[in-house]
Design a protein around this ligand. Sequence first.
Ligand code: BGC
Length: 419
Amino acid sequence: MKIYRNILASTALISAMATGAATADPSIEVLHYWTSGGESLAINTFADAFKAAGGTWVDQPVSGGGGDAMNTVLRSRVLAGDPPGMTILKGPVVTEWANAGALANLEGVAERDNWNEILPPLLAEIVKVDGVFSAVPTDIHRIDWMWINPDLLAKVDGTVPTTWDEFNALADKLMAAGITPLAHGGQPWQDATIFEVVALGLGGSDFFRKAFVDVDPDTLRSDTMIAVFDQMRRMRGYVDDNFSGRDWNLATTMVMNGDAAIQIMGDWAKGEFMAADLVPGEDFLCAAAPNQGGYIMNPDSFAFFDDSNATEDEIAGRELMAHLLLTEEVQIAYNLHKGAIPARLGVARDQFDACAVQSMTDLDATLENGKLVPSMAHEIATSSANRGAIIEVVTEHFNSDMSSEEAVERLVEAIELAN
Ligand code: BGC
C-alpha cells in the first residue's frame, strides 16, 4: 500500500495558485553526488533557476561518482526520519522507494505542465509507479561511449575500433608504444560500466536484456558471458598500475592530458571535457564503443521525499523545483553541462555538439529497431539487489585471477542469493 501525499494539495500552494501570489518562500534541500567539474556546473543550472524564481537552495553533495555513497547516506537519513527534499533516484529504485511510501506524488505538477505530452513514453514509464509520476526525468545519458585522445591515436596510426578485436589490436599497439590504452578508475561501478559495454558489444542487445533485465541463469552462465569475462581480463591488462580507487573524472583527465588513450564511460565524461573548454572532434573524440548497433541508456531522474514534517516553504520548494526541471531553458542549460541529451521532447538540436547529436540519432534508431537497452551499472535495468550482486562479482573478477568460468558460476549464485 503506497502512502502518497500530493504535493499540490498543500494549503499554501492552493492559496498561492488561487490568488496568484506566493504565500510561501520556496526552499529545497538537495542531496546529490554531482561533484565533478562538469556535474557541478550542471546541478548549478538547477540551483540558479530555483534561486532566480525566488527559492532558497540548500546543497547537500556527497562525493562518489555513480551514487553508491550517496545512496548509503540517503538510506540512513530516511531511516532516521530526516529525508532530503529532493534527490537523484533512478530506474527501479524509484519504484522501490515509492512502494515503501517514501515519495511525494507529482501528478499535480505533471498534469499542469503536461508531462505526458512533453516526455517520451519510455522515460515517463520509468518514473511512474502504478501510473503515478513519482520522479522527474532530467536527461538521457548514454553509457557505451569511448572518449579518445586523438594525438595518442595518431601516434600509433590507429583508427577508432568498431569491434572488440579491433579494440584489442589497437590497445596492444598502444601498449607496445608505451601508452596506457585504458583510462580507468578501479571502483566497482566503473568496473561494471566497462563490463556492460563489453557485454553489449559481444552479446548484442537481446543477450544484454536477458542477462541484466531478466537475470536469466542460462544467459548468465552462457559461453557469451564467459567471453565477456575473458575480454574483461584483457581490459585489466590495459589499465595503468594506479587505477585502483581512482575517481572517474581523474580517469577522464588522463585522456585529456595524454596519460591514457581511451576512457569507456557515460557521457557525463563529455561534461568534463567541455568544462575544460575542449572541443569534441578536435581535442577529444567521442565514438560509440563496439556495440552491434545498440545503445545503453541511463536516464537520470529526481524524486521528492514525502516528509510529514515538511514546512510550507519546503512543500512550495518541491513544487517549484519539479516544475523548473522540465522547462526548456533548464533542460538546455543543464544538459549542455551534463553531457547528456534532454529528457524533454522537441528541444532544438542546434545548440548541441556532434556527440550529443549522435546520441539523439542513435537513440531514435534504437527505439525503432529494439536495440535500446537500460543500463545495469547505472541502476536502470534491474533491482538494486540484483545490481549489487552482479557488480560484486564483476569487481572481484577484475581484481583477482578468477577464471571466467568461475565468474559466471558466481554470477548465477549471487543472483540466486539476491532474490
Ligand atoms: C549518473 C550520472 C553521473 C555519473 C557519475 C551516473 O550513475 O547517472 O548522472 O554523472 O553516475 O557520477
